[in-house]
Ligand binder design. Structure first.
Ligand code: GLU
Length: 463
């Protein structure tokens, strides 16, 4: 049984890189009919907040990445970590260390002076036949893991290939602080063990933790999971993603009018590929996804491509569903969505031409709110040659059947009758009605509005 987990630290919003890690872990479990576990790594109490936990849960829900188990909270598992530490102290795979921070600094300074790599020197590490110093009075010890000193620790990373580290490079990790609280790497190990995680898929900022975690797992007699370390995501500019320069929170994408299915599809292709396939559903992705086609090099974000994908998903989306996504956006702008025109009909006419939901809301706004055409645009398009045709069409619109073919036919008739080129009449109609020069077919736009509104807008400006 394949078991994966997503283990975010709730210190901010759900990051777009975190979302990709979550997606890959989720899809791998789904592909294999396994389980996907959500674990909140909230032991950094100074930086973890309930708001950040909520942001993660909301982000996962928005994306539709459903978990089978959890969320588990590390802060609720303290007793379990203490229990494992006690067991390790008893079996000798961990030991008390009374070295004070000041002493540690002295040790390191001496090592540096000798040209050695600064590290804990193992003075409290028990060895057969070694006599340990007497514990000093009044000093609370930390607890260290007794890392093997010989040999190497190695794993076949499913993304990066084989990685091997000499154990001699690793010093004895502190697994519990003076006050007894377990440290980060230790909690991860106990959790991955207890939650029977078979595949750890995470960002490659954790590669350095892996050899230590493997050694502790082995000391516990636990099965070592497979590891897949995902390379980082760079911004459009090729630089590390940063809050200042990029949209990094998943909620930014929601606010900026992206559909979750487009974001997921985009993230799926960020560092993973299936031939030339670009647009695919999450069902399809789960069928295809494996860890063998992940690129080890950094993936670069491409906002244009995301927008293109978003446009594909908007076009393909049901008009009624789109209407329900656009309605709150219009209400936020203080607009009331009236029965005429029906919002789904507006969606149908405009969804082909936009890349984001915000652009779709912009397009829909002209049907429900005031339109004030810009005077320059009016001057540019309300040319004297168009005025007689405009006056005549306004009169005729009062009585013709209110449907697109009849309106289209009327515009064509007026164009011919007044010897105009089509745009010479279509453009002033657009500007007067919508305040814009780019719209779908002007006949279709007119047909959506109530007749009253059209007549009012065509006569609101003196020409
Ligand atoms: N909590 C870690 C983070 O948010 C992830 C740890 C892990 O996946 O092992 O970066």
């Amino acid at each position: 049984m394949i078991r994966t987990r997503f283990a975010p630290s709730p210190t901010g919003y759900l990051h777009i890189g975190g979302a990709r890690t979550a997606l890959f872990s989720w899809a791998f479990a789904r592909h294999h009919g396994g389980k996907f576990v959500l674990r909140i790594e909230d032991t950094d109490i100074a930086r973890s907040t309930p708001e950040a936990v909520q942001a993660i849960l909301d982000g996962m829900e928005w994306l539709g990445l459903d978990h089978d188990e959890g969320p588990f909270y590390q802060m609720q598992r303290m007793d379990r970590y203490r229990e494992v530490i006690a067991k390790m102290l008893a079996d000798g795979s961990a030991y008390y260390c009374y070295t004070t921070p000041e002493e540690l600094e002295q040790i390191r300074e001496a090592q540096r002076a000798r040209g050695e790599k600064p590290r804990y020197d193992g003075r409290w590490r028990p060895e057969p036949g070694k006599v340990l110093p007497t514990p000093p009075a009044g000093i609370q010890p930390v607890i260290r893991f007794k890392n093997p000193q010989e040999g190497t620790v190695a794993w076949d990373d499913m993304v990066k290939g084989r990685i091997e580290i000499a154990n001699g490079e690793l010093d004895d990790l502190i697994i519990a602080r003076k006050d007894g609280t377990p440290t980060y790497n230790f909690c991860v190990v106990v959790d991955d063990w207890d939650m029977q995680i078979t595949h750890v898929i995470r960002g490659d900022d954790h590669v350095n933790n892996t050899p230590r975690q493997i050694n502790i797992l082995k000391a516990l007699g636990a099965q070592v999971p497979q590891y897949a370390h995902l390379s980082m995501i760079l911004g459009d500019d090729g630089l590390k993603l940063s809050k200042r320069r990029n949209s990094v929170a998943v909620t930014d994408y929601a606010d900026n009018g992206y559909l979750p299915e487009a974001v997921l599809n985009y993230l799926a292709r960020l560092g993973w590929s299936h031939g030339d396939d670009e647009v695919f559903s999450m069902d399809q992705f789960c069928q295809w996804f494996d860890l063998n086609h992940i690129t080890p090099s950094a993936a670069q974000f491409n906002t244009e491509k995301l927008k293109w994908l978003n446009a594909q998903y908007i076009k393909a989306k049901d008009d009624g569903e789109l209407a329900e996504l656009i309605r709150p956006r219009l209400e936020q702008r203080g607009l009331t969505v009236t029965a005429v025109p029906a919002l789904p009909a507006v969606m149908a006419l405009h969804k082909e031409r936009v890349q984001t939901l915000n652009e779709l809301a912009d397009a829909a706004a002209m049907y429900y709110g005031e339109v004030k055409p810009n005077p320059d645009l009016l001057a540019q398009h309300l040319i004297p040659a168009a005025v007689p045709a405009l006056a005549e069409i306004t009169a005729a619109l009062k009585s013709i059947p209110w449907e697109e073919p009849a309106i289209e036919a009327l515009i064509k008739e007026m164009v011919t009758k007044h010897g105009l080129k089509f745009p010479k009449l279509a453009m002033p109609l657009r500007v007067l009605l919508t305040g814009q020069t780019h719209t779908p077919s002007v006949g279709a736009v007119i047909a959506l509005f109530p007749r009253e509104t059209v007549l009012n807008r065509l006569t609101a400006v003196k020409y």
